[in-house]
Design a protein around this ligand. Structure first.
Ligand SMILES: CC(C)(COP(=O)(O)OP(=O)(O)OC[C@H]1O[C@@H](n2cnc3c(N)ncnc32)[C@H](O)[C@@H]1OP(=O)(O)O)[C@@H](O)C(=O)NCCC(=O)NCCS
Length: 231
């Protein structure tokens, strides 16, 4: 059932979102993250895969999707835990440029957050990040295709000012983006740099923890050897 008269995009740009006081490091992903992306998506249960892809994607279909990700054309970004687990990720698929309709660029947003990391604002933050990234690239409209039962995803879209068009069990959400400004470019640059720094610190901490684990094992072996020698 349609809840809107047409599929037209909203005429006014998205309103500014409410200030977000919790900073979340969101990092751009590249081909070398394919393995972590696959692990993230394979960790989703059947119903989550259905919500994310619109069908209960099998492991093989997920692997194929990750193999096909085009990091040049699209934007893939995510949130890492302190243990470097990819706990949330989003894919912003840019429509191929159409020379006959300049300025009509649109991008499709898809997202997933691991169950244990939900309801902490990560989905909303990834959407805000996508909005900023897209408007800085001249994208005019952000599009989300979701199941109508996906109230959380549709809430994120509505809260950002999207027009939601329901067609039975499926819904489309359209969000008209404001044009880019100097502030939006600076905002994205700062976010990128700080997220990169955060990631490097996590990698460093991960390596230090690894070394400490090895040292712990060596110490335990030495203690054991000394104990045996005493006997
Ligand atoms: C949809 C999804 C990405 C949301 O991620 P999330 O990090 O849990 O969402 P957030 O914490 O940012 O919450 C967004 C809003 O929904 C609300 N919300 C979150 N979980 C909720 C729940 N279980 N019930 C009701 N409301 C909920 C939050 O309060 C928030 O609203 P607010 O900003 O007005 O407070 C996540 O549930 C998911 O990965 N689902 C499976 C895949 C999927 O559906 N993808 C979307 C299709 S593309």
């Amino acid at each position: 059932m349609n809840t809107s008269d047409s599929r037209q995009t909203p005429s006014s740009p998205a309103p500014a979102l409410t200030p977000n006081w919790t900073w979340v490091p969101i990092r751009s992903l590249c081909p070398r993250h394919r393995e972590r992306i696959t692990a993230h998506l394979l960790a989703l249960g059947v119903s989550d895969r259905f919500l994310r892809f619109g069908y209960p994607a099998s492991d093989a279909q997920i692997s194929k999707y990750v193999d096909m990700l085009d990091f040049e054309q699209d934007e893939v970004f995510g949130i890492f835990s302190r243990r470097l687990e990819l706990i949330a990720m989003a894919h912003l698929a840019h429509a191929a440029p159409n020379p006959t309709t300049p300025g009509a660029a649109s991008s499709e947003f898809g997202v997933s957050v691991l169950p244990h990391a939900r309801a902490r604002g990560f989905g909303r933050r990834l959407f805000e990040h996508a909005m900023l990234h897209a408007r800085n690239r001249g994208v005019e409209t952000l599009f989300i295709h979701a199941l109508s039962a996906n109230t959380v995803m549709l809430k994120i879209a509505r809260n950002a000012g999207a027009t939601v068009v329901r067609e039975g069990s499926e819904s489309d959400a359209w969000l008209k983006l404001p044009p880019d400004t100097l502030a939006s470019h600076v905002g994205e640059l700062v976010e990128q740099r700080v997220a990169e720094l955060d990631y490097r610190l996590k990698v460093h901490a991960h390596q230090v923890n690894g070394i400490l684990d090895v040292l712990g094992e060596v110490k335990a072996s030495l203690n054991k050897a000394a104990h045996v020698a005493e006997e």
